[in-house]
Design a protein around this ligand. Structure first.
Ligand code: IPE
Ligand code: IPE
Ligand code: MG
Length: 239
């Protein structure tokens, strides 16, 4: 529930493209890494808030398969922050019963980070609160390719009939298998694109883009996104 707005429908699954850390730092004449540090602090705070609103699944885009293109220094700063926060989350999300899961190709990360990812998932596995998907080295095209390869192997090895494959069979082989599709995708930083985020799952997602930069996106900004979502007319191709 959103405070002061008990009438609002709360989306089951919300995705957030946490964009604008670099611009936030630039505005303050600081290095981009400072923007990422403030962005990471905000991530922890807003996640705890969202977990109390009734959202069942939250998917946060933290690092894309394309973000490796950035300078070594920036990627390094991000990896350092991921480690710091994954240690912090072990205790921090426990109290809120948040079930943390990581989506994306973790094999590209260093051993220490992979261990922290596994430790977080292991400690969170029996939690029953909000499911939090943290998308790290995530790219939707890679995810769809992974699903296609799985299906091809099943055709080759298990006698799966290619003609019998359905759209749900594809969904069931994505990282988000078994989860509802996102109802709402929020993008901070003002861009109007998905940047390889949940392409298959977002077929009927409502998109909400705000100019607010990620480190400045607070509880009231989330509430505003939910209010805007409630004003949308979702038709799913019907009338
Ligand atoms: C989003 O902020 C964080 C990541 C992509 C890791 P950016 O770093 O993309 O910030 P801008 O878009 O350059 O302002
Ligand atoms: C999307 O932001 C990725 C994340 C927020 C993790 P980008 O900053 O990488 O997207 P583009 O480059 O503006 O499309
Ligand atoms: Mg960006």
């Amino acid at each position: 529930m959103i405070k002061g707005h008990p009438e609002l429908i709360i989306p089951q699954h919300v995705g957030i493209i946490m964009d604008g850390n670099g611009r936030w730092a630039k505005k303050r004449a600081m290095p981009r890494s400072v923007g990422h540090r403030f962005g990471a602090q905000n991530f922890r705070k807003i996640t705890r808030y969202i977990s109390k609103t009734g959202v069942k699944v939250l998917t946060l885009y933290a690092f894309s398969t394309e973000n490796w293109k950035r300078s070594f220094a920036e990627v390094n700063a991000l990896m350092g922050l991921f480690k710091e926060y994954l240690i912090d989350l072990l205790t921090n999300f426990k109290e809120d019963d948040i079930k943390v899961v990581f989506i994306g190709d973790r094999s590209a990360f260093d051993k220490n980070l992979i261990e922290l990812i596994e430790e977080n998932e292991e400690q969170a596995k029996d939690r029953t609160g909000m499911l939090l998907n943290i998308a790290m080295n995530y790219g939707s095209r890679d995810e769809i390719l992974m699903a296609v390869k799985k299906l091809c192997r099943e055709v080759r090895d298990n006698g799966l009939d290619p003609e019998s494959i359905t759209v749900d069979d594809i969904s069931a082989r994505l990282y988000t298998a078994g989860e509802p599709d996102p109802d709402l995708i929020i993008r901070t930083g003002g861009e109007m694109r998905l940047s390889n985020f949940l392409l298959y799952q977002s077929a009927y997602s409502e998109i909400y883009s705000t100019d607010t930069l990620w480190p400045d996106f607070h509880e009231k900004d989330f509430d505003e996104a939910i209010i805007a979502f409630n004003q949308r007319n979702r038709r799913f191709g019907g009338v």
